[in-house]
Design a protein around this ligand. Structure first.
Ligand code: GAL
Length: 677
């Protein structure tokens, strides 16, 4: 593509907030910034259907015509994330109920229950009308269903849906009682009417019930999405359909499994920090998106020639913030130049462009101080000038869209393990799957390795090393996946709290980690969670934090050991030859340097090499490889100039790179590599 041969660049465009004169200025400014794609209509339901069944499309007709005349393509959104006031008044049963039993009122957005029949019907109606009206509009490039599915509900509709889902999953009440261990605390169900969503309760809830509810709710939201998608597909078979994923531990969506239902994985990403970790957060989010996108490959074939979607694993950053990043303590302004570098960091890792929320800063409304490409100050502003510059840079990078990111390491990621480790009755409430994935990702990134997130069961051919960071749940198929991989010659590094529980969050007995004991050649007898600030020295020179274990060797050799405390002299890190492969076990959270060295050692031993071994610290290197060329992205996150050996052509400047490129502080180069260099 991407889009008529260009990368996607633009953002959420909300013309309904502005008088018509502004629309023409907008298109003119978009042309100046070389915008290629805008998302229109995300929250426009009350403007499109001001009263039940009365539709007002004239303004949207005009906007789409103007955009088309300006050469700008449209991701047309269905407005179903924000039902109009008339809908909520007419259907109070479609307002969501919290776990505490409080029914929310209209007044914000996302205030609906996705399981409520009235909501689903209204969403289908407005979607069908949009599809009918704009199916043949030449500006239409992509359907954007809804916005950030995520609202959770505990109303009677949700409860009924949960029971239906549980019947499917567990068959009968015996199956449910067994899976949920209801023999504990007198929770045995003798009638389906007794089964509820995990509402607020007196003390610890049933962890298996909580886990199943998260799974169910992801499926319910997915069903709501699929209904809309199918209507859109029927009207426009060649136009891809997506929805924008929101990221975060609270999100009740299994993004990887949803990927099979979207034609293009699209994420919104708002890093929670403006400091140095922001680049790590960007790299992780981008890699996760790419990992999820690999599960959508079967739909990519549907794309019309030269249009979205494209290569395996490509995805789209569909929303990000041009300037201030919101954090808990307020907002942080992005320093000059960061918008471009950060946008290119997503493209480096497979994004088909960079899109923002939003095009023009709102005058009022709940997000009136949210940053925009056209800020309150207007186009005579640093941000708009940077937006114009970014448009120019992205224009020069269209060819990289053919490249697939090279990654020799696979890191297992699993939404359900993440949800299960959020339960309250664990030995530590500080170990989370997502955090552990982030730590592994950071260590690998610092050591210079790219990695792909994979799901349990995914094919592993082509990956030198597989890492399981706190992959808490393992059904028998997952245990066999790891065992067969290692037996056949694969290398795996397993972190603590992996394979401890089965798919119902019940312990796998006989010693931890029940699913992988044989492969690892260890048997863990006891957990020793460490307190705040507590550290345990390791004989290799590093320290362990948060967590430690009594590890008994059962065939494995020790690689590092606890050097003090009750575990002094006992193994902390082990290695085991199993079949033709190698399995490492890490029973504590090593300090950052130790973790980086350990992963580096395991990756090298498995035959992996860093993307660009000569890149200096602070320079991120990512390679995308296509059938005819490869591109090396070099992002200098440091405050000084950095020299990196490479050869080819820097697409951003057009300069020929003979043997090295010098990146200014904060600078980026995208080198089409000379063959054989
Ligand atoms: C996103 C959302 C946008 C906007 C943005 C603000 O999560 O999709 O509509 O609210 O956050 O950061």
């Amino acid at each position: 593509m991407a889009l008529d041969g260009r990368l996607c660049y633009g953002g959420d465009y909300n013309p309904e907030q502005w008088p018509a004169e502004v629309w023409e200025q907008d298109v003119e400014l978009m042309r100046r910034a070389r915008v290629t794609l805008v998302t229109v209509g995300v929250f426009a339901w009350s403007r499109l259907e001001p009263a039940p069944g009365r539709y007002t499309f004239d303004w949207l007709d005009r906007v789409l015509d103007l955009l088309h005349a300006g050469g700008i393509r449209v991701a047309l959104a269905t407005p179903t994330a924000s039902p109009p006031p008339w809908f909520s008044l007419a259907h109070p049963d479609a307002l969501p109920v919290t776990a505490d039993g409080v029914r929310l009122h209209h007044g914000s957005r996302d205030t609906y229950c996705a399981a409520a029949p009235a909501y689903r019907a209204a969403a289908r109606r407005i979607t069908a009308r949009l599809a009918e009206r704009y199916a043949d509009h030449p500006a239409l490039a992509l359907w954007h269903v809804h916005n950030e599915y995520g609202t959770i509900c505990h109303c009677p509709h949700a409860e009924a849906g949960f029971r239906r889902w549980l019947r499917e999953r567990h068959g009968d009440l015996d199956g449910l009682n067994d899976a949920w261990t209801t023999s504990f605390w007198s929770q045995h169900h003798s009638d389906w009417a007794q089964v509820s969503t995990p509402r607020a309760t007196q003390y610890l809830p049933n962890p298996s019930q909580v886990l199943d509810f998260r799974r169910y709710w992801s499926d319910e939201l997915l069903a709501a999405y699929v209904e809309q998608r199918d209507l859109l597909r029927a009207a426009t078979p060649a136009v891809p359909v997506t929805t924008n994923y929101v990221l975060g531990d609270w999100v009740p969506v299994d993004h990887a499994r949803w990927a099979a239902e979207v034609d293009l994985v699209a994420i919104d990403h708002y890093p929670s920090d403006a400091g140095p970790s922001v680049e790590e957060q960007i790299a992780l989010a981008a890699d996760l998106a790419r990992g999820w996108a690999r599960h959508g490959a079967r739909h990519h074939a549907r794309a019309a020639d030269g249009d979205l979607p494209g290569t395996r694993g490509s995805w789209l950053l569909i929303e990000s913030a041009p300037n201030p990043t919101y954090t808990r303590g307020g907002t942080h302004t992005r320093v000059p130049g960061r918008m471009a570098r950060h946008s290119l960091a997503y493209v480096a890792r497979g994004s088909r462009g960079a899109m923002f929320f939003q095009w023009r800063a709102s005058r009022g409304g709940a997000e009136l101080f949210h940053s925009a490409l056209v800020p309150h100050a207007g186009p005579d502003s640093r941000i708009f000038r940077e937006a114009v510059e970014l448009g120019g840079l992205l224009d020069r990078l269209a060819e990289v869209d053919a490249g697939v990111v090279e990654a020799p390491v696979a890191v297992a990621w699993d939404a359900a393990s993440g949800w299960a480790l959020q339960q309250r009755a664990l030995p530590s409430d500080r170990i989370h799957h997502h955090t552990e994935v982030a730590l592994v990702h950071r260590a690998l990134r610092r050591a210079g390795y790219a990695c792909d997130p994979v799901l349990p069961g995914d094919p592993l051919a082509g990956y030198a090393l597989l890492v399981l960071p706190a992959l808490y749940l393992a059904d028998d198929a997952t245990a066999a996946w790891v065992r067969d991989h290692v037996h056949g010659g694969g290398h795996v590094l397993v972190g603590y709290l992996s394979g401890v529980a089965d798919e119902h969050a019940r312990i796998r007995l006989g010693g931890y980690p029940g699913a992988y004991r044989d492969v690892l050649g260890v048997r863990v007898e006891e957990f020793h969670p460490l307190g705040d600030g507590e550290e345990v020295p390791l004989t290799g020179g590093g320290t362990g934090r948060f967590w430690a274990e009594t590890v008994r060797l059962a065939g494995a050799e020790p690689v590092d050991a606890y050097a003090a405390g009750v575990l002094a002299g006992q193994p902390a890190v082990t290695r085991h030859r199993y079949g033709d492969g190698v399995a490492w076990y890490v029973s504590t959270r090593p300090d950052e340097d130790t973790y980086r060295r350990l992963l580096d050692e395991a990756a090298r031993a498995a035959g992996a090499s860093p993307t660009c071994p000569d890149a200096p610290p602070g320079v991120e290197a990512v390679r995308r490889r296509g059938p005819e060329a490869s591109w090396l992205f070099l992002l200098n996150h440091t405050g000084s100039a950095q020299r990196v050996p490479t050869a080819g052509i820097d697409l951003l400047t057009g300069a020929v790179v003979e043997d090295a490129v010098t990146l200014p502080a904060g600078g980026v180069a995208v080198v089409r590599e000379r063959a054989g260099a």
